[in-house]
Design a protein. Structure first.
Length: 639
């Protein structure tokens, strides 16, 4: 049978015997064959050395293409598994997928892996790469796979096939050389040498078989992998910098907040940390005010009947906390939206009233798994800069466009200038009809087009009640954080009976837009701390200025200067300790105080001050009144 291969330029070539992607690439040019990593067959990634047994459209995929990176990481997981089994005979393998930055593999072994084992394993991985073992694909019947793994002592693999794969189904097996194999869907690169050297093992942790704590405990080895050594070096440098900027370490160093076991996933804010919180909140409150939002406040707990009507009970209850009183069950709110609908419903609404915009710094609680908690980045108790817009369908585009402009201004004011916009589409578990989802998704697309925005679409990642626009911002070391969101929701007004009277005196359902710019206040402040490495801009700094006298004779004047700064609205303090001025300057620099105001006998006599800025070599002496005016202007929050 002749096999017809269609090339990207439209040309078609016939083959009497099944070709491989490699042989096709060699037929085009030796250079292309050398660069080739995979092929796409009718748009699906395919092994370079696997025979093509049907007519299809082909595209040669070279190593520098983004889609190859996931395969490189999956190959690294297989090489890791082979290295472990060579070094530690009797270790059972389970599964090892790629991740966003690398890979991991879960192992069953009686002895624990140590951190020192990682170096040995990584060295063996590099040896396997040097061996240039061919990676070949075979197809086995299900029964043969079970028999092989049972005889090999691989009970986890055998169990997975026995329970998860139907009788008669064929399974793909990938060999690395002759002596090691794994069950895998693929695709993979042509040999272990194609993996390259841009990988590193990073840590060992615990895991459970099939992710269930009731099952056997496994050991998970993590690694990172990239297409080039330069990309690996850049990533490791970023990780090193991220460790220095870890908000938990900086919080302790700068006395911002702490967390403890008695309140898992919750935060004890110290005065300096709460000062940052207040600066962020007051800034966002100004955005509310200037953008036509009315600030509201809803109850912290509400009867479960409301959460059943809203859809949260069916779609979100595993993430909620509950409490009981007088034979009634209440839910601690995980979201503010049902409460805002109740405020909307408290009065009769006309189309002339719309849009109505509510904003709330709403405290929420979500029952996050303990293993997923991370400092203040992921918590169980948090506050959102939450807002909801009730509008007509015709008003959606204008509201989304206006929100986009607000959000971009806010991110710029906090020091973020690289923002990616993504559109999260219908998830598997959702409310509403397909037609309603089509309308909702297309409405958000139209609004983004009207705002002149380029966006990426994320299938399956929308909320259960509607699609959402997500704002992902890059920090100063290149990490991406998802913060703001704009969500289209026709479902909750329907379920909670929100209405307005249109121009024809007919009752209509409003569209509800859920919006947040910074999202979780806790998480956003954690991002800010790491982005600025604790050295906050003057307007956000918990202590904006410390007045430090050179000699004790100037203590009185230092106190006078500090009071004048406070009267001008600055967060100021004095350092009257009997220490040398260089010691004081060094210590307050370590604590990231943006301005140190130095005074001595001369300054006291002349009513001047000397300003030292954090990270700036020079210092400047000026009259006190001029210094207060300058610092007051610099410390003002962006408008």
């Amino acid at each position: 049978m002749s096999i017809q291969i269609t090339f990207p330029d439209g040309n078609v070539k016939s083959y009497d015997a099944p070709p491989t992607g490699l042989s096709i690439a060699q037929g085009i040019s030796p250079g292309l064959a050398k660069k080739a990593a995979l092929i796409k067959l009718d748009g699906e990634l395919y092994d370079l050395t696997r025979p093509i047994e049907r007519s299809a459209a082909i595209e040669i995929v070279t190593r520098d293409k983004p889609e190859v990176l996931d395969v490189i990481r999956h190959d690294a997981a297989h090489v890791l598994a082979q290295a472990v089994q060579e070094l530690f005979p009797g270790t059972q393998i389970t599964f090892g997928p790629s991740t966003d930055v690398g890979f991991y593999y879960d192992f069953a072994r009686s002895e624990p892996f140590s951190e020192s084992d990682l170096e040995v394993i990584e060295a063996r991985m590099r040896d396997i790469v040097k061996r240039d073992l061919p990676i070949t694909r075979e197809v086995w019947p299900r029964e043969q796979v079970i028999e092989f793994f049972e005889k090999s002592g691989e009970k986890f693999k055998a169990e997975w096939v026995s329970e998860g794969i139907a009788a008669g189904e064929e399974i793909s097996i990938y060999r690395q050389g002759q002596d090691w194999l794994d069950m895998c869907r693929g695709p993979h690169l042509a040999s272990t040498a194609k993996l390259g050297t841009a990988f590193k093992l990073t840590k060992v942790s615990g895991a459970y078989w099939r992710g269930d704590a009731n099952n056997a405990q496994l050991q998970r080895i993590y690694g990172v992998a990239f297409a080039t050594d330069d990309e690996l070096k850049a990533y490791l440098k970023m990780v090193e910098e991220a460790e220095k900027r870890d908000h938990r370490k900086l919080a302790k160093q700068l006395d911002l907040f702490h967390q403890q076991e008695e309140a898992p996933g919750m935060v004890f804010w110290h005065p300096k940390g709460w000062a940052i919180w207040q600066a962020v909140e007051q800034y966002v409150r100004g955005v509310y005010r200037r953008s036509g939002y009315q600030e509201v406040r809803g109850p912290q707990i509400m009867d479960v009947s409301l959460w059943k009507r809203s859809g949260h009970w069916d779609n979100y209850q595993e993430n909620m906390f509950f409490t009981e009183s007088e034979k009634r069950t209440y839910a601690v709110k995980p979201m503010n939206c049902p409460g805002h609908v109740q405020i909307y419903n408290a009065g009769l609404r006309s189309y002339r009233d719309l849009p109505i915009r509510y904003g709330e710094f709403g405290g929420c609680h979500r029952n996050e798994p303990s293993g997923g908690l991370h400092g203040i980045m992921r918590v169980r108790a948090f506050t959102q800069d939450d807002g909801h817009i009730f509008c007509t369908p015709e008003q959606v585009e204008g509201e989304v466009t206006a929100f986009h402009q607000q959000a971009m201004k806010v991110y710029a004011d906090f020091g973020f200038d690289t923002i990616a916009v993504k559109l999260a589409l219908r998830p598997d578990k959702r409310l509403g009809t397909e037609e309603a989802w089509d309308h909702a998704e297309n409405s958000l697309r139209a609004a983004l087009r009207a705002a002149g925005v380029e966006w990426e679409e994320l299938p399956g990642e929308g909320a259960f009640y509607g699609p959402k626009i997500e704002y992902h911002m890059k920090d100063s070391i290149g990490r991406s954080w998802q913060v703001g969101t704009m969500q289209f929701d026709p479902m909750m007004p329907e379920r909670l009976d929100a209405e307005y009277v249109d121009e024809h005196s007919q009752k209509r359902r409003p569209i509800m837009l859920h919006r947040a710019i910074v999202g979780s206040m806790e998480r956003f402040i954690g991002i800010l701390i790491e982005h600025h490495a604790g050295a906050m801009p003057l307007w956000l700094a918990p202590v904006q200025a410390v007045v430090a006298p050179i000699v004790s004779d100037a203590d009185g004047y230092a106190t006078e200067v500090c009071e004048a700064l406070k009267d001008a609205g600055l967060r100021a303090d004095t350092d009257l300790r009997n220490e040398k001025i260089n010691y004081k300057i060094r210590e307050h620099s370590v604590h990231k105080v943006p301005v140190i105001v130095v005074v001595g006998r001369k300054e006291a006599e002349e009513k001047t001050v000397t300003l030292r800025r954090l990270g700036v070599e020079y210092q400047k002496t000026m009259p006190l009144a001029e210094a207060i005016a300058l610092l007051s202007a610099d410390a003002k929050a962006p408008a």
